[in-house]
Design a protein around this ligand. Structure first.
Ligand code: FAD
Length: 550
């Protein structure tokens, strides 16, 4: 089979076409011809520019499946657009996007390159720098989003550090979500939420015991284009995180739509009740697995939300599941990207400290003063904690795990032990196929580790062993006993939880939702607290030495 770069070269414009057509740069994460400038340009009048950057690929040890997904999806999109009648100039730069685009501009001498305003801060920075170096580029509104910065500011105003001091909070996802529901009209009737409640989260907390069989999802084995990318990744990045074998994600819009149609019909009806459940046998349960596809715009969030609302109206998805899913997309997803942009990826929270000089160095915030190094268990070294070992093994394999395993296993352990939120964020960033700066920094550095001191969450998401035992089947075969708090063979989550509360009492006592756990912690006498601290410290030491917790 002809190599991709030779095939795509066949779609380059003639000099006449180059001079007369409109030039549009399509970034790696906007692979849809019905969003942004591409939606307003007929194929016969368009030249599409796409660019692979090796500097981006090596900036972090990205999961090999993530690099495969992104590059293969880009290459498929480029060929599809060529077949649709667009002309395509496809660059592959050993350096940055900026360098690659400037080089192409020297060759093709376009008058103007139009681009969707990039979703990732990292790409916005690159384009800004390239513009200063002479790149003739103009960013226009990114219509892939469901909301605008104005929508966000209308609810919260511009970011103000002072408004968040002393336990006050400027941002509340719920407030934004309600305004989005009202504005969009999804699941609304007569200006009120259908069913009378904005959220049905309280109905969505069941553990999974096989009540409904988990259906087999469609998979998409590699074609020749994906296989070529996989070879390239293995050759270029052999030391990167994760297994590349078994890659079976959708890399085209058509396959993404097949995956979504299946999820809509077979998974979404059961999504709500088991949204928070964790299972060894069924890693993904009824989650849609749409985030990698939506974040690349192989699927448009608007289409997903509309179709779920229609399915609810037709009676095929219950309200709690439909509302839960729609809240993730028009609420959390949009909210997180606005918080990221408004705070410059949390860099504005560092106002009083030395700012990093490197544009790509992430914000080093840690409200709870957590600075321990992330231990080897996150790289797949066994810890003896079955929940951690099972979830990490899944991430090494798939570059994915669902929300609750991210929040209540991987992040929970890091927050309780005091591992650095920045290091954990960077780990999620390279380990997950759906991670991009705007979504991973807000979810990890902000929400899941409380690194931002409550800008994105009303309390730290932490728990002892009882929660994991109740919501999963991990503990059943674990050598560590979730019902035992102290001594050999006890699950360390519980001792870690109580000593976390003790250690951070001053920093958490102003939070309404932490009053009860803090009061319970205070009922322990000095001796009990010391025992809990010792057990917690022993587990942290073992994890830091790369040993199994015993
Ligand atoms: P569902 O659970 O079916 O939800 C539907 C859609 O909602 C998804 O397509 C997703 O795009 C969106 N969504 C749901 N929750 C969120 C959220 N909190 N923020 C943004 N979008 C959301 N999501 C990412 O897309 N990329 C990340 O790098 C990422 N990192 C995370 C790290 C941690 C520690 C936590 C707790 C959450 C993170 N999330 C991230 C959010 C969420 O876990 C995933 O979006 C979700 O698990 C994807 O599963 P799904 O596609 O089956 O979506």
């Amino acid at each position: 089979m002809q190599p991709f770069l030779d095939r795509i070269a066949g779609f380059e414009p003639t000099p006449e076409e180059a001079a007369s057509r409109r030039w549009i740069y399509v970034p790696y994460d906007r692979l849809h011809d019905e969003v942004g400038p591409l939606a307003q340009s007929s194929p016969g009048e368009t030249v599409i520019v796409m660019m692979e950057s090796r500097a981006k690929g090596t900036r972090r040890p990205y999961h090999k499946k993530k690099l495969t997904l992104v590059l293969s999806a880009m290459r498929h999109f480029a060929l599809e657009q060529g077949k649709r009648g667009c002309r395509v100039v496809y660059g592959s730069s050993p350096a940055s996007f900026a360098d690659g685009l400037l080089q192409l501009q020297d060759k093709w001498i376009w008058k103007e390159l139009v681009v969707n305003r990039p979703a990732e801060r990292e790409l916005r920075i690159e384009l800004r720098a390239a513009k200063e170096r002479g790149l003739r580029v103009r960013a226009v509104t990114d219509t892939a989003w469901l909301s605008t910065s104005e929508d966000f500011e209308a609810v919260f105003g511009a970011f103000d550090l002072e408004k968040n001091k002393g336990g006050k909070r400027q941002y509340l996802m719920d407030k934004f979500y309600r305004s989005m529901r009202s504005k969009s009209g999804f699941l609304m009737k007569g200006g009120k939420p259908i069913g009378g409640k904005w959220s049905y989260d309280s109905e969505n907390r069941r553990a999974y015991h096989g009540e409904v069989p988990v259906p087999q999802r469609p998979t998409f084995p590699p074609d020749d284009i994906t296989s070529e990318v996989m070879e390239l990744i293995e050759q270029r990045h052999p030391e990167h995180f994760g297994n590349i074998a078994g890659f079976d994600l959708a890399v085209t819009r058509k396959d993404a739509e097949t995956a979504w149609a299946f999820a809509l019909e077979n998974l979404l009806p059961h999504f709500g009740p088991w949204e928070d459940a964790m299972s060894t046998e069924h890693r993904d349960l009824f989650h849609s697995l749409t985030s990698p596809l939506v974040n690349l715009t192989l699927l448009r969030p608007r289409d997903l939300v509309e179709q779920v609302a229609e399915a609810f109206a037709a009676g095929s998805i219950p309200l709690a599941s439909a509302e839960g899913f729609i809240r993730q997309l028009i609420g959390w997803r949009e909210f997180m990207r606005h918080v990221h942009e408004a705070t410059d990826g949390y860099r504005l929270l560092e106002a009083t400290t030395d700012k990093p000089t490197d544009d790509y160095a992430g914000a080093e915030i840690s409200y709870l003063n957590a600075h321990r190094k992330l231990p080897a268990v996150y790289w797949g070294v066994p810890s003896g904690m079955r929940c951690m070992d099972t979830v990490v093994a899944g991430v090494v394999d798939d570059g994915w795990s669902h929300h609750i395993t991210r929040l209540m296993v991987l992040s929970n352990l890091a927050t309780l032990c005091g591992f650095s939120p920045r290091e954990l964020t960077d780990w999620f960033w390279f380990a997950y196929v759906d991670a991009y700066d705007w979504v991973v920094e807000t979810n990890v550095l902000g929400m899941s580790t409380f690194g931002d001191g409550g800008l994105t969450a009303t309390k730290p998401y932490v728990s002892g062993a009882a929660y994991i035992n109740r919501m999963s089947d991990f503990c059943g075969k674990c050598p560590l006993d979730p019902k035992k708090t102290l001594g050999e063979g006890s699950c360390p989550f519980t001792a870690l939880y109580w000593s976390f509360l003790e250690r951070n009492e001053d920093k958490l006592s102003h939070l309404q939702r932490m009053r009860m756990p803090l009061n319970t912690m205070r009922t322990r006498n000095a001796e009990q607290r010391r025992e809990l601290r010792d057990r917690a410290q022993q587990a942290i030491d073992q994890l830091e030495r790369g040993e199994c917790v015993a």
